[in-house]
Design a protein around this ligand. Sequence first.
Ligand code: ATP
Ligand code: MG
Length: 375
Amino acid sequence: MRIEALHLTGFRNYRAFYSEFSPSVNLICGDNAQGKTNLLESICYLSQTHSFRTRKELELVRFGADYADMEAKIFSDGREQILRAVLFSGKRPRQLFLNGVKQKNAQSLKGVLTTVLFCPEDLLVLKKGAAERRRMIDAALCQLRPRYDRAVEEYTRLYNQKSAILRDHFERPDLMEVLPEFNERMAVAGALIVSGRAKYLRELERYASQFHSRFSGGTEELRIEYRTVSTIDDPYAPTKRLYEQIREHQQLHARAEAESGQCLSGPHKDDFEVFLGDRSIKVYGSQGQTRTAAISMKLAEREIFHADTGEMPVLLLDDVLSELDAGRQDFVLNQIKTGQVFITCCDKTRLTELGQTLMIEDGVLLGGGQAEGGV
Ligand code: ATP
Ligand code: MG
């Protein structure tokens, strides 16, 4: 899967932009605030039909312009396809097109272009709380496994209802009568979730450790440990056994749940920890190490998607080079040899041996393709 060309009109600080891209590395260079991240944002928008930076479409339309038009020529699923989105500055709803045909909703555009994005905020995933990490696994797994997606949806719904019962039962003790049924259904969905996460994290570790080792010149070994419901001794066990062990945990915590008025048992408290050797990244990781591990995990996410679907997602790396030493920068610029990659960077002396460099200044591609050119 790759982007062959992109045409922007009135998107963010781009008045008119047209470029064709290398199927390998595209290094996007420019000073601060010139439009590098904006370019990745437009690609992400066409991939996911929403921005990773804002929910407000109006912000994406160039100041003073009536509309923003994004159009990309994609090679995907063995053929060329055209994705297009037009956003308006007024109240008019956006328009989405696939191969020139206006689409009723965003669903038909999904999957035409898959992207894996790394942005500086992703570093927080390894350093911050467990909720961020659960969100990261769920986002990747829900895309790949519809059954997992349904289990998470069901579990979340049941969890919210059970939490409300536990919160309100002090005033309304009769509510507790329905709790056994909730526990039963949460254990069924929970077992699928635990099984899915365990297998996904095992794959993630397998690929990420290979990348991390190459990245760090073989000096660091990355490991991922999955933490789930304490009564589960083997998260790879058949879901029937996971179900029984989740039930056991619920029984052990039934009293504490009633007393605290909170839902204490189940995979909604899951977490994973990333180690380099035997040291936790969260506790001991340096900035460069954390960044290296986070990028390795993104590369791993892409490999898993590729192994599963046969398509290699386009990799978007925003601002990854800072804080990396020369060897690690060389890995990012010159060693990611599979699939298409976009890398933004402020240092104009950086070069890639693999693809091409695009210079961006104030929303203009220097020495680039013609702005008038169609996709
Ligand atoms: P950095 O190296 O600092 O990350 P960057 O090249 O990634 O910089 P971007 O975030 O892509 O910078 O672009 C930021 C510029 O785009 C800002 O100057 C901002 O004012 C401008 N900008 C953002 N939205 C709009 C808009 N709707 N219309 C015009 N300009 C905009
Ligand atoms: Mg930026």
